[in-house]
Write a protein that binds this ligand. Structure first.
Ligand code: C2E
Ligand code: MG
Ligand code: MG
Ligand code: MG
Length: 281
């Protein structure tokens, strides 16, 4: 004992370690309370057609923390995933997003898709049960609900993923591959999955017009995807230069701060209605 305490050079490290473990446990407790108190809220970020019409809304979770303000997923999603809380949180997010279909119909935008992010831990039979329930409860037309999966979620156990995706697709659910290009899957392989869209990762979009390699990557993703009848979405579009480059190369949908930031549903209503009026007129 005395000897251990005598090794004072090792002490700061141990204390730091203990502190971070304690902090994580505290965070898990707070997250559980937050679920009970209903402190999680959704922001929605639109996806736009090249002509500028909002065609989908991606649900992005935020934590309205009682003292720390509005927290972004980067601050809590990882711990939710590791602790398993993501299953219950994900179920609430799915239901809350689906609930907005009726509000889109009211606004004359019933064909706008609702996209929900799904973590690896959620991608199980339970997800099927939850999706079937919300599709029925909110009478979601086919093609309304879209699930965003990353390459790693799909490639972790491909045969199981194909089977689950096919059954979900039979309920009318569409699939996007999120952050595409950052994982290790090949497009040819992905063709075996019922995937409608690839979302080109923000990191490739960022340097369009600056970095020739990223332009080449974006161009080949779009070309290959189209040859396989898969649509493409560019995420993280921040400049007019990026947007016009992507439109010129046939990218099917654009998403990013240039076009609209994630925001409360109500705040998006004028934008949704405007897009509709322009299309009609
Ligand atoms: P993601 O699904 O790839 O979402 C895109 C992220 O990029 C969002 O961050 C969005 O706010 C941000 N973004 C959008 N446009 C731009 C842009 O032009 N520039 C920049 N710099 N960023 C942009 P957010 O909301 O912080 O979410 C981060 C990640 O957390 C998401 O990445 C997703 O993986 C995860 N996440 C968010 N909501 C949920 C959820 O409801 N369930 C699950 N399982 N994961 C979620
Ligand atoms: Mg996403
Ligand atoms: Mg993404
Ligand atoms: Mg991303």
């Amino acid at each position: 004992q005395a000897k251990r305490h005598g090794r004072n050079r090792a002490m700061p490290f141990r204390e730091e370690f203990d502190a971070s473990v304690t902090q994580r446990l505290q965070l898990i407790t707070q997250l559980r309370d937050a679920l009970v108190r209903g402190e999680f809220v959704l922001a929605f970020q639109p996806l736009f057609s090249p002509a500028g019409r909002a065609v989908a809304l991606e649900a992005l979770v935020r934590w309205q923390h009682p003292t720390r303000g509005l927290l972004m997923p980067g601050e809590f999603i990882g711990v939710c995933e590791e602790s398993g809380l993501i299953v219950e949180l994900g179920r609430r997010i799915l239901r809350e997003a689906a609930r907005h279909h009726a509000r889109l119909v009211e606004a004359g935008c019933g064909d706008v898709r609702l996209a929900v992010n799904v973590s690896a831990a959620q991608f199980t039979e339970e997800l099927y049960v939850d999706v079937e329930a919300v599709v029925r409860e909110f009478a979601l037309p086919r093609g309304t609900l879209e699930l965003e999966l990353t390459e790693s979620v799909i490639m972790d156990s491909p045969e199981r993923a194909i089977e689950l995706m096919q059954r979900l697709a039979a309920l009318g659910v569409g699939f996007s591959v999120d952050d595409f290009g950052t994982g290790y899957s090949s497009l040819a392989y992905l063709k075996r999955f019922p995937i409608e869209r690839l979302k080109i990762d923000r990191s490739f979009v960022q340097d369009l017009g600056v970095d020739d390699d990223d332009a080449a990557i974006c161009q080949s993703i779009i070309g290959l995807a189209h040859s396989l009848d898969i649509y493409t979405v560019a995420e993280g579009v921040e400049t007019e230069q990026q947007a016009s480059w992507l439109r010129a190369r046939g990218c099917d949908e654009l998403q990013g701060y240039l076009l609209a930031r994630p925001q409360p549903f109500e705040a998006l209503l004028p934008l949704l209605r405007r897009g509709r009026a322009a299309a009609a007129g």
